[in-house]
Design a protein around this ligand. Sequence first.
Ligand code: FES
Length: 144
Amino acid sequence: LQPQELYITFIDKEGDEHKIAVSKGDNLLTIAQAHDIEMEGTKIYSYTYTYTYTTLSRLTIGEIGACEGSCACSTCHVIVESEDAFDKIPEATDDENDMLDLAFGLTETSRLGCQIEMTPELNGLRVQLPSNTRNLQAKDFSSK
Ligand code: FES
């Protein structure tokens, strides 16, 4: 029996869609990392790395998934596109909610990607990556 293939779509800050085949149990942070999907932490990292606090950024900000999925940062913030889908995801823990409170661009359907595992119920999930002040700043300074 073939394991069921599931799909998730990330919508990046430019509005481009990235539809990715994933497996049950994959979490959104590891999926994004494996497919070079740019989450909040990536931009901050490239901005600080390139233009200002090279050493400092490594120590204090780090990359996407700065806490390696342990629910202690908010660099993996995603916005679930539909309320229906949001309701299918197991509820956030208090720790996740505490971290979300610190996230930029928080919405009613915000979650931390590292805390969402793909299940057959979530097949076809669509999540947006928040654009926020910090990212705009990073973009402004980016030389591309
Ligand atoms: Fe830090 Fe998700 S990677 S909370």
